[in-house]
Write a protein that binds this ligand. Structure first.
Ligand SMILES: *Cc1c(COP(=O)(O)O)cnc(C)c1O
Length: 407
């Protein structure tokens, strides 16, 4: 890897929000002033100790950070190779990593005097986290959700409504996450004065990919300290599941300059990465294009129409991927692999049985890749995977896949 590319990692993106050929701000002129104001406010907050003090106070007392770094001893024994650690972000309030980022953006919205928060959501996890923090601060919350997802994710829709949010079913396009994000962007340009758009992953126009990454980086920063305390050194391999890529970027980013740390992102392989496109592996099975204000790898047909993709895990079926991952793939700093539904289900079950942890289906993909590589690695090789969500939300999907009736 060329030295100047390597040196740019910790300082990236550039002033136009580009990670190499990816990222940027492909937005309408009407959106530009909003995005520039947000960027300016974030740049100020970033170096303001009071902002980070407030974040850490909420992370500690509201979210429950730091999340533990846990040695999965029985799983390590069973696989018979590398020593396996899990970063337990499923123990966060609301059950996943999403709230790390939502808190940051909502503190920013409060600094900007915005009283109406909008968000997009697919499976509903980001919508629930946003509705939660809005309730805590007494802010109006509107969540755009594909009509198809509203039907599939009834419990999360009800949670958001209990928390006082308005859930808007989106019927444009195919009524899924991609369309929900388009409608949220449309809402933003028509409600310029009082509205803040809280994006749920490392996607969207600059500064979102870098800002969301910075908020999620608490995951990797804690892992550095916790692994030093447990083993006296850094981990050898990091593994995380990728939908849009925010939990993975949060784990990876603090380690990008540590060239000996191997970094692996795991995409949803669905029924297998082939021409039928029944997967969500944007990097392994997609091509570069522009979506939601940035240039990145996308699932698309020959005419550049965005494809929906497929995965057993609703949280992984975003047709794009954060632009920083596209860049890390191209320069070779991170590797990207895919795991099928079947492999993820096997990992899900093994984790329940061996560790007493019911994982979400998303991190089950990361765990499945751990299961693939750990047996061939020496016992002093340290793997850290991100357990980015808990599996309560997935038990109906898993029961169905296993052919079990549960009410
Ligand atoms: C939303 C979600 C994901 C996918 O989002 P990323 O931005 O890729 O992290 C993965 N796991 C869980 C548990 C989620 O809720």
């Amino acid at each position: 890897m060329p030295e100047d590319l390597l040196n740019s990692f910790m300082s990236g993106p550039d002033e136009k929000g580009r990670f190499g050929n990816y990222g940027g701000r492909f937005v309408s002129e009407t959106l530009m002033p909003l995005i520039l104001r947000l960027e300016a406010e974030y740049e100020r907050a970033k170096t303001d100790q009071r902002f980070w003090d407030e974040m850490h106070d909420l992370w500690t007392h509201y979210v429950g950070r730091p999340s533990p770094l846990y040695h999965a001893a029985r799983l390590t024994d069973r696989l018979g190779g590398a020593k396996i650690y899990m970063k337990r972000d499923e123990l966060n309030h609301t059950g996943a990593h999403k709230i790390n980022n939502v808190l940051g953006q909502i503190l920013l919205a409060r600094r900007m005097g915005k009283e109406r928060i909008i968000a997009e959501t697919g499976a509903g996890q980001h919508g629930v986290a946003t509705a939660t923090v809005c309730a805590k601060f007494g802010l109006k919350c509107v969540v755009y959700m594909g009509a198809h997802d509203v039907e599939r994710q009834a419990p999360n829709v009800f949670r958001m409504r209990l928390l006082g949010a308005e859930v808007v079913p989106v019927t444009s396009g195919r009524g899924t996450l991609k369309d929900a994000m388009n409608d949220a962007l449309r809402d933003w340009v028509t409600n310029i004065r009082d509205t803040f758009y809280c994006i749920g992953t490392v996607a969207g126009p600059h500064p979102y990919p870098a800002m969301v990454r910075d908020f999620q980086s608490i995951i990797g920063k804690e892992v550095r300290e916790q692994m030093q305390a447990a083993e006296g050194r850094l981990p050898d391999t990091l593994i995380a599941a990728i939908g849009g890529g925010s939990n993975a970027m949060g784990l990876f980013h603090p380690f990008l300059d540590d060239k000996d740390v191997r970094i692996i992102g795991v995409e949803a392989g669905g029924k297998g990465v082939d021409d039928r496109m029944e997967h969500c592996a944007s990097l392994t099975g997609g091509r570069p294009g522009v979506l939601h204000g940035n240039r990145t790898y996308l699932l698309q047909d020959d005419d550049g129409q965005i494809l929906e993709g497929f995965s057993i895990s609703a949280g992984l079926d975003y047709p794009g991927i954060g632009p920083e991952h596209a860049w890390l793939k191209d320069v070779g700093r991170a590797e990207y692999v895919s795991i099928t539904d079947r492999e993820a289900l096997d990992a899900f079950q093994l984790c329940c049985e061996m560790e007493g942890i019911i994982p979400a289906l998303e991190p089950s993909h990361a765990l499945a890749h751990v299961m693939k590589i750990a047996p061939d690695l020496p016992s002093d090789h340290l793997i850290c995977m991100n357990m980015c969500g808990r599996g309560d939300k997935d038990i109906f999907t898993v029961a169905k896949a296993l052919g079990v009736e549960i009410g």
